[in-house]
Design a protein around this ligand. Structure first.
Ligand code: BT5
Length: 277
């Protein structure tokens, strides 16, 4: 699987990357079950912070909660980065928000499109999901040993790449922007934005990322949503983010805002608000 030709592509790609540690080393596969699963094995075996796994296609791409991530070959980006932050485990979910900002920055600044973030881990363009993020943590005696930060971005996928039932809620940058995206250039730009934001987060914490997140997720503020959260289904109006990245929701009866750390958001009345940036 670790094809020498792929590894020489990886070596060239890494040499030209303007990053300090992200993508060093980089493992590239033509096909793999899941970049997150492979990176998790590397992390358990002691791989250094910054190690990145990229695949051209995944046969078992993973979403959250056992869901799957459609990963056709030749068109998209499937990437997992190994991070080893010295932070409390409770702050690790903030990496989902950080990755969403990095993808949104890349889509906005390097592709000239208008992305929106849907809490916690979706990036939308034109109201449709173009990116999903899956952060998986490894701990030892309660301390964070590693985080595998998985990012899938639909770059050039044609409509036919998505199963019928996904076509009204998923899209690609090509389908929404009308131009093919240079995949290695996008990957390099994404790793560059990701590294910058990660260093900022390590040094200053989540408050330093919050304005950028709120910029891309501005459409959500004041929007009525339903969240399928681990603690149950909650409906309310989005107030914003707490200082630690938790979503603050005002429920119908008033009272103290609810804090949510994870969940699936459905916009009451449909996705249309997500087209605003
Ligand atoms: C996610 O889960 O959005 C996280 C996806 C993370 C994928 C990356 S790819 C690199 C790395 N390696 C992996 O194995 N995974 C990561 P969730 O929020 O649970 O959304 C999953 C849902 O999104 C599915 O149930 C579908 O409804 C939809 N979906 C599946 N594939 C999609 C795609 N390519 N584009 C848009 N939506 C998709």
């Amino acid at each position: 699987m670790d094809d020498p030709a792929d590894q020489s592509f990886a070596a060239t790609f890494t040499r030209q990357l303007p990053t300090r540690f992200l993508g060093r080393p980089l493992h590239f596969f033509a096909t793999i079950d899941s970049t997150n699963t492979y990176a998790a094995g590397l992390a358990r075996a002691g791989a250094c912070e910054g190690t990145v796994v990229i695949a051209d296609s995944q046969s078992g791409g993973k979403g959250r909660l056992g869901r799957s991530w459609i990963s056709p070959p030749g068109v998209n980006l499937y990437l997992s980065a190994i991070l080893r932050p010295s932070v409390p485990a409770a702050t690790v979910p903030q990496l989902n928000l950080l990755a969403a900002v990095a993808v949104a920055d890349t889509v906005a600044r390097d592709c000239g499109l208008t992305p929106a973030i849907k809490w916690p881990n979706d990036v939308l363009v034109g109201g449709k999901k173009v990116c999903g993020i899956l952060a998986e943590m490894q701990t030892e005696a309660g301390a964070v040993r590693a985080v595998v930060l998985g990012i899938g971005v639909n770059l050039n996928a044609p409509l036919g790449a998505f199963p019928e039932e996904l076509r009204d809620k998923a899209s690609s940058l090509f389908l929404t922007g009308g131009r093919l995206v240079d995949r290695p250039a996008f990957a390099a730009a994404l790793l560059t934005h990701l590294e910058k934001l990660y260093v900022l987060w390590l040094e200053q914490g989540f408050p330093a990322l919050r304005p950028a997140w709120e910029h891309y997720a501005a459409w959500m503020i004041g929007t009525p949503i339903t969240v399928a959260a681990p603690e149950g289904t909650v409906t309310g109006t989005v107030l914003g983010l707490d200082s630690d990245g938790a979503l603050l929701l005002q429920e119908g009866g008033g009272g103290t805002p609810r804090r949510l750390l994870a969940g699936d958001v459905t916009v009451v009345g449909g996705y249309t608000h997500g087209v605003r940036s």
